[in-house]
Design a protein around this ligand. Structure first.
Ligand SMILES: Nc1ncnc2c1ncn2[C@@H]1O[C@H](COP(=O)(O)OP(=O)(O)OP(=O)(O)O)[C@@H](O)[C@H]1O
Ligand SMILES: [Mg+2]
Length: 274
């Protein structure tokens, strides 16, 4: 066997194949490789389309957006737009709860006043088939069964935990940045454009792209509570004790020992005894 084919387990003893996906921008243009179809969503920063890869007819989601903030990622020497950096980190290893980046294209680089730069980029992401935002899902289902509310909340908390595990804080968890697939019920967290690295070291990442571990947990729990309150409006059977626990969490000070990790939410009896 060739030496390059050997896979040596890491220190944890777990076998994980190395990530072979390109981190930098793909060569050429997105239009050369994909047919852009209908617009399926628009946010503050860009437009989102369904796209078909010309080579094999496979469907993808293509988001056109701009970025003024660059960051680095471990193992890649050049700065890349922060949204790409975050999505690169969450795809290795991939999680079924986090949207997966396939590749990205750099469309335009504009110089702004005060040495700033604005990059126009195209992100190519996995296509999920029929799905809707959590906001639309809650509008359609005015009376949610407890079982459905619990499944949604459990998956959303786990998605947030997956980000924190990868040392990133999503920073923008709300009902338009969560997609819901109906059968079987599954969520995907999207839109990593406001994400930050969880890190204390000022030398490792630029200041506007990093957040301390404590602040990251606090911000995440606050945003999770916001979502839970939205879900609670359509489901009267979420136990009061669970919401009271969440309410206590968001009022705790930064250094309060009572809230250290998102796991504490998952350990609440209502979520644990599924
Ligand atoms: N992978 C995807 N699959 C299906 N729909 C998607 C996907 N990504 C984005 N969308 C749709 O496009 C909308 C905008 O996408 P996204 O939130 O990534 O963009 P944005 O411009 O950063 O938005 P924001 O206003 O939250 O900053 C989403 O709310 C959703 O409706
Ligand atoms: Mg969004």
């Amino acid at each position: 066997m060739e030496k390059s084919m050997l896979h040596v387990p890491g220190p944890s003893g777990q076998r994980r194949p190395p990530c072979r996906q390109r981190i930098g921008p793909s060569p050429g243009s997105v239009e050369a490789k994909y047919d852009l179809k209908e617009n399926i969503g628009a946010g503050c920063y860009g437009n989102v389309y369904r796209g078909i890869r010309k080579m094999d007819g496979k469907q993808f989601i293509i988001k056109s957006t701009t970025s003024e903030v660059d960051s680095n990622v471990p193992g890649y020497p050049l700065p890349i737009p922060i949204e790409v950096a975050m999505m690169t980190i969450v795809r290795d290893p991939p999680s079924p709860l986090l949207i997966k980046l396939q590749e990205w294209f750099l469309v335009k680089v504009e110089k702004l006043p005060r040495g700033k730069v604005c990059k126009t980029i195209m992100l190519v992401m996995e296509y999920l088939g029929p799905c809707r935002t959590l906001e639309d899902f809650l509008q359609k289902h005015q009376h949610l069964e407890e079982r459905v509310a619990r499944t949604l909340i459990l998956q959303i908390v786990k998605a947030a935990q997956e980000c924190l595990r990868r040392k990133i804080c999503h920073h923008d968890i709300h009902d338009c940045n969560i997609l819901v697939i109906d059968r079987p019920l599954q969520i995907k967290l999207i839109d990593f454009g406001c994400g930050m690295h969880i890190c204390h070291d000022p030398k490792k990442y630029p200041p506007d792209t990093r957040i301390s571990p404590k602040k990251a947990v606090k911000n995440t729990v606050k945003q999770l509570f916001g979502i839970m309150r939205e879900i609670e409006k359509q489901c009267s059977s979420i136990p009061e004790e669970f919401m009271a626990f969440m309410n206590t969490c968001i009022t705790l000070g930064d250094d309060d020992q009572r809230l250290q990790t998102v796991q504490q939410i998952l350990d609440q009896p209502w979520l644990k005894n599924q």
